[in-house]
Structure formats: structure tokens, C-alpha cells
Design a protein around this ligand. Structure first.
Ligand SMILES: Nc1ncnc2c1ncn2[C@@H]1O[C@H](COP(=O)(O)OP(=O)(O)OP(=O)(O)O)[C@@H](O)[C@H]1O
Length: 522
């Protein structure tokens, strides 16, 4: 297999003020010898990357490998400790305006939800030319309509952003990045994490069109299928170091994962709790509320119930209602034989029911506080005596959790906001597990988590089930549900459409139910 280093450097010498955005060999942006250190961490060490015109360049690496740090340097958000970024053949350090040619679309939606589509597209107005004494609303709306047409976004210029679907908002963020200025390179960080399969297709059509226009696209994703579908070449990082840059055609999934991990990774493993199902631990009866209707099911100790369905099928809403985060109109929940007080999340936690949201923001993470404090706070009952926390006990327990969940942090005292996204997620899961719940609901538990850690999470889910916990997993990834569930319930339009034994059902049966079909219609 051809293992190539980062593509050859371009000539840095462009005439001053020259508008060349492309160099002879098609390299639009290049980073050379990049080292980035933070207190106690070397996030990148001597890394190089070249982004070419008309190419989708994947940056691959496990959680904490340095992908986001490299992106921050390519976009000029951070200056590297050592090394340089060359844009259009010129050192960007000498002319920071060059960074305007690089657009970045973050993973999380970052639009002004109470403002209109047109306003979101063209803010800040001074920069986009719509500002001045009077806001030129008519002209702005006309141009917004053109952008909406170009990017095939289902929205009107005067519509409030909050009423748009997630995928339309995602495309709007890309349109916004591209409508301000002439971009050479667009960086997309996990752009598909909240999209359904057909929405992903729409996004990929747009990326392909941009590639055909000669843009350079940087694509970050933990989903192998997407990386192989979209990527032309990939730069692999491991522990902040450059492993190499490879044409995608020279790789397969196994090879890419082993380059990322530094060793072979077994992705075929299936997980099944080695335990007989116990008594019923959770009963949900006729639960009806906003976005879901007549949800009824039972969960036994030792069982992993997967919830499949399209975005909007009511999985998250119904489970948040079970947990007490959303209101219900009717129905009841019985936990371990006792009726659960609905609409009261504290009562649920006290009773042993935990829900881990896909939105990290909802987890009550304290970003400015240390990893020690963020995890330690939930261990109070274990580590305190007569209201006083034993610092050594707390530290020992937290460090055990950090090790077990492979949370990469320079120290326990490190602020949790400085951890990579995936490592924050692992810390959150570890913290929840430490509470020893009776029933644990995990909503998209491996979003943003690398493949090797995903396997670790499945193993932990299995161990929890074996220890007698009832586990519910909501996931948009069918392979994930098939890997770790004992039973799968498919929701469609707010109702449970069908339930299957994971051992005996087929993918076709599951997909039919997810799309609202019935078994006898197949
Ligand atoms: N501002 C910072 N201060 C301290 N450490 C940091 C800071 N930013 C990043 N790091 C550390 O640098 C390393 C690389 O993090 P980075 O976010 O680039 O990883 P990543 O590959 O994007 O991971 P993920 O897939 O989890 O998003 C991690 O160990 C992280 O904790």
C-alpha cells in the first residue's frame, strides 16, 4: 500500500498582493511543521497537511488525536507554538486576512434561532454590505432567496430559523459560511451527526457540487462509511502526531482504524449480556405527551432495549418524558415495583433512573471546573462521611473511572472544557455509571466517539446489563443497535410500531418498521 507523507510543499513565494488562491499543483492551504502545546499537553507535534482544490480531505484520528486543534490552526483561531500555515502560497502569519478564505462549520448548530433565515445568512451586516443607516431588508431577502435556491434549503428568507428542520439549519450554516466571501476551503466538523439518511444524501450532494467547483473540503467524521464515501484522501493523526496522508483508494476500514489506533481493531464483535433476563424493572404504560402517543413497554433486569426510529419519531421525547424532563398528558411509569413521580427528574435520579442526553450541554457539565470535580460531584454518597468529602477517596475513585473509560486528560485538575469532545462524552458516561442506576437510558451514547471507544462503550453497556441494570439505548445507527441490544423497539410517528428479538429479526424487518410499515406488508 502506498503510504505517502503529506503532499509535497508548494512554492511559498507569490508576488505581494497577488490574488492567486490556487498554486500550480492545486494546493490551496498547507500547514507545515505544526506543533501546538497547552499547559501539560502537546496536542500536535510536527504535523503537516495540504488541502487541494477539488478534493475532499478527511482528517482522521481517535478522540483527542488533535483533529480540532489542527482545525483551529487552519482557520487562524489559534496560532501554533511552532510551524506555519500557507494560504494561496503565502504565509498566513504575515497576512491574517488570508484566513478569510477558510470557512468552518462547527458540529453543533450555531445559528441565531430567533432571527430570520436572511439575517442569519448575512450577519454581521457591516461585513456583508447590508448594514449602514438603514438595513436593506428587501435586497437582503432577494439575495437570501438566491442562496436558498442554490443550496436547496427548504425555507423562506423571512422565516425564523428555529422553525427549520435540523438538516435545513445544517445546510444554512454551510450557506452562511459560503455567502460572505469567496472561500477556497470549507471545513466541516462531523456535519452529519444530527441528520437522517436522506438528509445526509442532500448534504453529500452539496459537498460534491462544491468539490466540482474546485473548492477544497476538509471533512471530519467518526463514521467510516461516510469517510469512505466522500473522501479523496485522508490525513491520519494519532496522539498528536502525523501518521501519514493516504489516498482513500489505498485504504479499507480495517486499515484506517488500525492506523488511527496503532494496532488492529476488531469491529465485528457482537455483545450479548451473558445473563438470564431478570424480573421486570421498568414498566411504561400508555405514556402520551407532545410528540409521542400510547408508549407502552416493559424492561427487564439484564436487558438492553434498543430504540430505533427516524429523527422525529418520538424516541428522545418519550424517553425524556419517562425520565421526567418532559411533561406527559397521560400514562404512568413503574420503576422496580414503585410508581414513579412523573415530571420530576430529581425523583427519577433518587429512584435509580438515569437519562443521558445526546446533547452534552444538558448533562450539567461545569465547563470551568476540573475533571475531578465534574466526576467527583456525583460520587458524594461514596466518598463523603458525615457531609465531609474524603479528598483522597474522591481522587482514587475518579482516577479509576478516568482509566476505565480511557478519558484522555493531562491531569484530573484539568478543566473539563479543555478535553476533546469525545473525551468529555466518555467522562459523562463514566460519571453516570458510577451512580449505579437501576435503569439507564442512553440517548445516542456514542455520538462523536471514535470506533475503538464505541466498542468499549458497548462492552460497558453489556457489563451493566449483566450486573442487573435495565438499559435502554436510543441510536440512529442500526449497526450499533444490532451490536449491543437484546431487543429492538421501532418507533414511528410517535408510536411503537413493532418490537423484535435482536437475535432473530432481519435488517429488512427493522427498516420496514422504522419507515412505518408492518410485518405483514413485507
Ligand atoms: N485549550 C486547551 N487546553 C488544554 N488542552 C487542550 C486544549 N485544547 C485541546 N487540548 C488537548 O489537546 C488534545 C487534542 O484535542 P483535540 O480536541 O484536538 O482532539 P480531537 O482529535 O479533535 O478529538 P475528538 O474526536 O474527541 O473531538 C487533547 O488531549 C485535549 O485535551
Amino acid at each position: 500500500m502506498a503510504s505517502v507523507r503529506a503532499p509535497a510543499p508548494t512554492s511559498p513565494a507569490e508576488p505581494p498582493g497577488g490574488a492567486a488562491t490556487d498554486t500550480t499543483d492545486g494546493v490551496l492551504v498547507e500547514a507545515r511543521g505544526i506543533t501546538q502545546t497547552y499547559p501539560g499537553v502537546t496536542a500536535l507535534e510536527d504535523v503537516a497537511i495540504s488541502i487541494r482544490a477539488g478534493s475532499v480531505h478527511v482528517i482522521a484520528g481517535e478522540n483527542g488525536a488533535g483533529k480540532s486543534t489542527l482545525v483551529k490552526i487552519l482557520t487562524g483561531t489559534e496560532s501554533p507554538t511552532r510551524g506555519e500555515v500557507i494560504i494561496g502560497g503565502r504565509p498566513a502569519a504575515e497576512d491574517p486576512q488570508l484566513f478569510h478564505r477558510i470557512g468552518y462549520v462547527p458540529q453543533e448548530l450555531s445559528l441565531f434561532s430567533h432571527m430570520t433565515v436572511a439575517e442569519n445568512l448575512f450577519m454581521p451586516f457591516e461585513q456583508s454590505g447590508y448594514g449602514g443607516a438603514l438595513l436593506n431588508t428587501r435586497r437582503m431577502q432577494r439575495n437570501a432567496a438566491e442562496q436558498l435556491e442554490r443550496f436547496k434549503i427548504n425555507a423562506r428568507p423571512e422565516q425564523q430559523v428555529q422553525s427549520l428542520s435540523v438538516s435545513d439549519q445544517q445546510l444554512l450554516m454551510i450557506a452562511r459560511a459560503l455567502s460572505h466571501r469567496e472561500l477556497d476551503v470549507l471545513i466541516l466538523d462531523e456535519p452529519t451527526s444530527s441528520l437522517t439518511a436522506s438528509e445526509v444524501e442532500r448534504l453529500f450532494d452539496l459537498i460534491n457540487a462544491l468539490r466540482d467547483e474546485g473548492k477544497g473540503i476538509v471533512f471530519i467524521s467518526h463514521k467510516s462509511e461516510e469517510v469512505f464515501e466522500m473522501g479523496d484522501e485522508t490525513t491520519v493523526l494519532r496522539n498528536g502526531k502525523l501518521v501519514g496522508t493516504y489516498p482513500m483508494a489505498d485504504l479499507d476500514e480495517r486499515r484506517l482504524l488500525s492506523l488511527m489506533a496503532g494496532r488492529e481493531v476488531d469491529t465485528d464483535e457482537r455483545f450479548k449480556p451473558e445473563v438470564d433476563e431478570g424480573e421486570v424493572i421498568l414498566q411504561v404504560r400508555g405514556l402520551t405527551g407532545p410528540g409521542f402517543e400510547n408508549i407502552s413497554f416493559e424492561l427487564r433486569r439484564g436487558e438492553v432495549l434498543g430504540l430505533a426510529g427516524l429523527v422525529g419519531a418520538g424516541r428522545t421525547e418519550s424517553m425524556q418524558a419517562v425520565f421526567g424532563y418532559l411533561p406527559v398528558k397521560s400514562g404512568d411509569v413503574v420503576l422496580d415495583g414503585e410508581p414513579l413521580k412523573l415530571g420530576d427528574t430529581s425523583a427519577s435520579v433518587r429512584a435509580g433512573l438515569l437519562y443521558l442526553s445526546e446533547e452534552r450541554k444538558l448533562h450539567g457539565i461545569l465547563p470551568l471546573q476540573s475533571v475531578l470535580h465534574n466526576i467527583g460531584v456525583t460520587l458524594f454518597d461514596e466518598t463523603a462521611r458525615r457531609g465531609l468529602i474524603s479528598a483522597s477517596k474522591e481522587r482514587a475513585r475518579v482516577s479509576e473511572i478516568v482509566q476505565r473509560f480511557d478519558v484522555k486528560t493531562s491531569s484530573l485538575g484539568n478543566r473539563i472544557m479543555f478535553l476533546s469532545g469525545g473525551n468529555q462524552q466518555k467522562a459523562i458516561i463514566g460519571r453516570a455509571m458510577a451512580l449505579q442506576p437501576k435503569v439507564l437510558i442512553l440517548d445516542e451514547p456514542t455520538r462523536g466517539i471514535d470506533v475503538r471507544t464505541k466498542i468499549e462503550v458497548y462492552r460497558i453497556i453489556t457489563q451493566l446489563a449483566e450486573a442487573g441494570v435495565g438499559v435502554i439505548v436510543i441510536s440512529s445507527e442500526m449497526t450499533e443497535l444490532r451490536k449491543c441490544s437484546t431487543r429492538i423497539a421501532c418507533l414511528y410517528a410517535g408510536r411503537i410500531q413493532a418490537e423484535f428479538d435482536n437475535e432473530t429479526c432481519s435488517n429488512e424487518e427493522l427498516v420496514t418498521a422504522i419507515f412505518g410499515g408492518r410485518r405483514d406488508e413485507q
